[in-house]
Design a protein around this ligand. Structure first.
Ligand code: TEU
Length: 557
């Protein structure tokens, strides 16, 4: 049988370049900065780096608005720097995965400049233009970033579609020339030595013919576009085209970011026979705490619901397809602050979140700073925020008469900027991130939470991540073992087994600040299980009660 692809046994580390390491003192991270920190990643043991966008961009959405797909933003360096980064990673046995943002471009991309110039432009049809309806937009869709998903353009009086900000016009994938351009871009980076792509909102590229109105939520407002622009009718065809034109025959990792994707669809997309991508990013588990008013109106997460969701994906993609595994990325508040305890039990809960995820079946992703136990920034004042989603939400919510304090509380918990503060390298004033003024404030907790301190402390969150990553390399059961949940209804214990032949790996994790009995059936863990990795000093026995936020990995056979 053919060897398993490398990405099944690798752990991927996400670098958010603006906030990783500044090499030139302008307050923004850059590629030379990443190169300087490669040893940190090598010590951690990750197999690949996913680099968030570094392309030229007017920076309306922190680079997810690309104005040139074949270049590097001057603030990040040059293509030579990118080549050096690629080599530095490859020399250390790590791969480099780029971010492919092709549902939309920047409004400053030359294609859009052409497209908007006149109805007769040869590129008019590269974007989605429609005449208005009754003096307003062509349909009722709202954008992900508040307000309408359409903007009227002066030059022709027509409206263009933007599912995200008005500066991110959606490409028209119905046009074969657009698809061919995307294929070219992907091949260009792979030919230059990239090892794959994370593909931004790639399940938004096929829109329903006619662009019908979406259902209006109970509270009123804009229509939801999901039904007509997510997982659309031609998605598999478009993705299959990209696979055939760019990925086929290459040893690459492709991960489709797919908000709103279901288990069954993900199975199809990632089936080695006929699928289009290595894996997808699904959102079920990170949307669980969204409240009735949406993401900025969060409700406390419930462990049973979280387990039920994760179990559905573990089991659903158990025999066919492949899961990605993540708690964090640049769009999510820090998982430690959201699901864990970033106060008294910071270290233990960060380790336990990691244990729980890394022993599952799939490819784990570590978002920069997660391996240090970085927590939410919790900015108090709106002037400290930088994110377009946050700032738009704040403006729209206040204009709609919402209570200002409530709005700020929601933002404090859920803003994407919580994850975008600079990486904490040491205890010095800007955490060793920059010698200049950082573009977004450093979390004051860096005096305690930083890489220098973590590397020096054998019991740190960092060394726990390092051990978890090493286990994946040492024990085939971590990569291939069949998953089975234990105690799905337990309100505090997260427990499961992985089984491969006679080997059983068991995870017992206490997701609470109370001591909890390990009341899983000891027989489920196989004969004579031994402790492979724990978060606390050696317990009395492998089934001894679990201390607050304690977790254990057991191995039998
Ligand atoms: O995000 C897509 C997306 O829909 C969400 O993750 C979104 O950011 C979040 O739900 C908002 O509440 C991707 C990128 O990861 C994100 O940074 C970009 O802003 C977005 O696409 C547009 O390119």
């Amino acid at each position: 049988p053919p060897a398993d692809p490398w990405w099944k046994s690798a752990v991927v580390y996400q670098v958010y370049p603006a906030s990783f390491q500044d090499g030139d003192g302008d307050g923004v991270g850059d590629l030379p900065g990443v190169i300087d920190r490669l040893d940190h990643l090598h010590t951690l043991g990750v197999g690949a780096v996913w680099l968030s966008p570094v392309y030229p961009s007017p920076w309306d959405d922190n680079g997810y608005d690309v104005s040139d797909y074949r270049g590097i933003h001057p603030r990040f360096g040059t293509l030579d720097d990118w080549d050096r980064l690629r080599d530095g990673l490859h020399e250390r046995g790590m791969r480099l995965v780029m971010d492919l943002v092709v549902n939309h471009t920047s409004d400053e991309h030359p294609w859009f400049a052409d497209s908007r110039s006149s109805k007769e432009s040869p590129r008019r049809d590269h974007y989605i233009w429609r005449p208005g309806r009754d003096g307003g937009p062509p349909n009722n869709w709202g954008s992900v970033f508040s307000g309408p998903a359409w903007t009227r353009d002066e030059a022709t009086g027509e409206y263009y579609l933007h599912l995200f900000s008005r500066r991110q016009p959606d490409l028209n994938w119905e046009n074969p020339e657009v698809r061919a351009q995307v294929h070219d871009i992907a091949r260009w980076w792979l030919d230059r030595g990239a090892d794959g792509f994370r593909m931004d909102v790639i399940n938004f590229v096929s829109k329903a013919p006619g662009l019908p109105d979406g259902p209006v939520p109970a509270g009123g407002g804009y229509g939801l576009f999901a039904e007509h622009a997510v997982n659309g009718p031609r998605l598999r065809e478009f993705l299959g085209g990209l696979r055939d034109a760019a990925f086929a025959g290459r040893d690459v990792l492709t991960v489709g970011e797919m908000p709103g994707v279901g288990v069954e669809q993900a199975r199809e997309h990632t089936d080695p026979a006929g699928g289009e991508v290595s894996m997808v990013f699904q959102f079920e588990h990170v949307d669980l705490d969204h409240g009735p008013g949406g993401k900025f109106d969060p409700a406390p997460p419930d462990l049973r619901r979280l387990k039920a969701s994760m179990d559905r994906w573990q089991l659903g993609l158990g025999d066919r397809g492949w899961n990605s595994l993540y708690w964090n990325n640049h769009d999510q508040p820090r998982a430690l602050s959201r699901f864990g305890d970033d106060g008294e039990h910071r270290v233990a809960s960060a380790k336990t979140l990691a244990t729980t995820l890394h022993m599952m079946k799939g490819t784990p992703y570590v978002y920069q700073g997660e391996e240090l136990g970085m927590a939410n920034a919790r900015f108090r004042d709106i002037s400290e925020y930088r994110d377009v989603e946050t700032l738009n939400h704040h403006r729209h919510a206040l204009a709609a008469g919402e209570d200002a304090e409530r709005v700020m509380a929601g933002i404090g918990r859920m803003s994407r900027d919580n994850a975008r503060t600079p990486m904490q390298w040491d205890a010095s004033p800007h955490a060793g991130f920059t010698t200049g003024t950082p573009w977004i404030a450093v979390n004051p907790d860096h005096a305690e939470v930083n890489a220098e301190a973590a590397l020096a402390d054998p019991d740190s969150v960092f060394h726990h991540y390092r051990r978890l990553i090493a286990l994946r390399g040492e024990h085939p059961v971590v990569v291939h073992g069949a998953y089975a949940p234990l105690l799905p209804d337990h309100p505090a214990l997260y427990a499961y087994t992985r089984t491969l032949g006679a080997t059983v790996l068991t995870v017992l994790a206490n997701w609470s600040a109370d001591e909890v009995d390990a009341d899983a059936d000891p027989a489920a863990a196989g004969p004579g299980p031994r402790l492979l990795l724990g978060t606390h000093p050696e317990p009395e026995g492998v089934f001894a009660p679990l201390r607050p936020w304690e977790s254990r990995v057991l191995l039998s056979g």
